[in-house]
Design a protein around this ligand. Structure first.
Ligand code: NIG
Ligand code: FE
Length: 391
């Protein structure tokens, strides 16, 4: 994760949206005819792969600013959820929202992410908890993918919370969610299935049952694991062959070892730990144990209403003891691995998508050094300039 493979005085050639060549300018541009190409001068500026935000919940109706105030007063995230607030409030608003209104909000949120250099984002359903609203959220993401330059990878998170109508009937609710899987898989509405595996939400057994069925139907598995309580979500992720386990604030040594062995990506969401005033996941330890660590924003209306990549860099480097290089790997190629896209995005390599960002400064090292400030000047998606803030 420390080796970024920096090329000084480099160049990238993109044709038809795909990287055709990358290397030293003096070599790859020597006999190259630029006729018919748009030449972008990035002299004295760093060029990086576009960021991959591999864990978000960005399609939702309504907002929950009152909860932020309650948490400042001392209530915990789970206190609020257990008294019927939290996710349930976003569920109410999302059930009532029209598809069109969710598309309009989604486009604004994607623009904001793209300004931070994100070129691919994962988005989860989970604010419906019923068939129609879950499908509505997934269809909105599909539509957003057609309308917006960014690529969107969808995850079905029907098992995000227990809706009031299933209170006390968690097993039945999981059956209900399992019944939705064939439609989601057949219509190709989601690549992944995720679950909030947590004390007082869904158990290890319920999580295993859902994720194994999703895998049978060809979907990848993801888990919101060991966020508040050490339940064994990391161990479960390794056991079911999940693509990633996410949050992991309380993950055990054994769980981390299992994940490293099975190649489960540890997706860490320090913005959420920060917003909830929780202790951070043990990112340094995980990397030292051989885990592939990804970083993501967890952008959502409750636990972390932020799409800020500079915030993630600040927290990962200053509070989780990742080096700048490791944080960049975690937001590029490891983020791509967390959504099964490492073959096509996440690094500047021949044959991958031409997804690049150009910084205002001459080195990637300015990203966390310029604390909490956006240093991205130009965003290129599949070879096209989609944002330019040239100063
Ligand atoms: O990843 N922990 C559960 N789910 C989300 C929060 C969702 C919400 O509060 O709306 C998370 O933090
Ligand atoms: Fe999440």
């Amino acid at each position: 994760m420390s080796d970024l493979g920096i090329i000084e005085e480099g160049a990238v050639i993109i044709q038809d949206g795909i990287i055709k060549d990358v290397g030293k300018s003096s070599e790859i541009l020597k006999d190259f005819n630029t006729e018919g190409f748009k030449v972008i001068d990035a002299k004295d500026k760093a060029v990086l792969p576009g960021f991959v935000d591999s864990h978000t919940h960005f399609v939702f109706g309504g907002y929950r600013p009152d909860e932020f105030a309650w948490r400042l007063r001392g209530d915990s995230y789970m206190d609020i959820m257990n008294r019927g607030g939290g996710i349930a409030n976003s569920v109410k608003a999302t059930r009532n929202a029209t598809k069109q209104s969710l598309v309009v909000l989604g486009l604004k949120r994607l623009d904001s992410m793209m300004a931070f250099g994100v070129t691919t984002v994962e988005g989860k359903s989970g604010y419906g908890l019923d068939r129609d609203t879950e499908i509505k959220q997934l269809e909105v993401m599909k539509k957003l993918g057609d309308k917006h330059p960014m690529d969107i990878v969808s995850t079905f998170l029907g098992a995000h919370a227990i809706p009031p109508e299933f209170k006390g009937k968690e097993d039945e609710f999981i059956d209900h969610i399992i019944d939705m899987l064939p439609e989601v898989a057949e219509k190709k509405l989601a690549d992944f299935c995720d679950i909030f595996c947590e004390k007082n939400v869904f158990s290890l057994d319920q999580s295993k049952r859902l994720l194994l069925r999703a895998k049978e139907l060809g979907m990848g598995a993801k888990i919101h694991a060991d966020e508040i309580v050490q339940l064994g979500g990391a161990e479960l992720a390794a056991e079911v062959g999940a693509v990633s386990a996410d949050h992991l604030l309380q993950a055990s040594d054994q769980g981390i070892k299992d994940m490293a062995e099975k190649g489960v990506v540890a997706t860490l969401l320090p913005g959420t730990a920060f917003s909830l005033k929780e202790s951070y996941a043990r990112g340094r330890y995980m990397i030292d144990q051989g885990c592939a660590v990804a970083l993501a924003t967890d952008f959502n209306p409750g636990s972390c209403f932020s799409e800020s990549i500079p915030l993630i860099f600040a927290l990962a480097t200053l509070y989780m003891n990742l080096s700048t290089e490791e944080a960049i790997t975690a937001l590029t190629i490891n983020g791509a691995a967390a959504i099964n896209r490492a073959q096509s995005i996440g690094s500047i390599d021949k044959g991958k998508l031409g997804d690049l960002i150009i910084l205002e400064f001459p080195s990637y090292r300015f990203i966390p050094y310029h604390v909490g400030v956006n240093t991205v000047e130009t965003v290129i998606k599949k070879g096209k300039i989609v944002l330019s803030e040239k100063k």
